[in-house]
Design a protein around this ligand. Structure first.
Ligand SMILES: [Zn+2]
Length: 133
């Protein structure tokens, strides 16, 4: 830590700067600079809760839901929608994994829905394939 007035390196526990005598403010607030550099922010306050908006969470959830809807539509006789469901399910799953690696927030709901949509779509695909024979 450094003095806010003169910039001299300080002892972590000191409350006054030995150089200029300035009072050392022990601030917990997050500066705007930290938002510009999330990786720096993360290193000194890993204990802080997720201030990061999960980047892919919403997209992942929407895709997961759509995946289920499209896959289910196929069961109601709408043609080939399960193919869309499968693709969206795969995208939702990959987004969930990307979200995990980049923001450390795991889109569990999105992943689950993606898997459900994908499974439903795959099942519809198999059933359709068997019926076609
Ligand atoms: Zn100072």
């Amino acid at each position: 830590m450094f003095c806010q007035k003169c910039g001299k390196k300080l002892d972590e526990n000191s409350s006054f700067c030995p150089e200029c005598g300035a009072r050392i403010e022990k601030s917990e607030t997050v500066t705007y600079d930290d938002f510009d550099h999330p990786e720096r922010h993360e290193s000194f306050s890993s204990h802080k809760t997720n201030w990061v908006e999960p980047k892919y969470l919403t997209t992942c959830m929407i895709l997961g839901v759509l995946s289920i809807i499209f896959s289910v539509l196929n069961y109601f006789g709408v043609y080939l929608t399960h193919m869309i469901g499968i693709v969206m399910g795969i995208i939702a799953i990959s987004l969930a994994n990307k979200d995990k690696s980049e923001t450390k927030t795991f889109s569990k709901a999105g992943l689950t829905m993606g898997i459900i949509g994908l499974s439903l779509g795959a099942f519809a695909f198999i059933v359709g394939f068997i019926n076609a024979i």
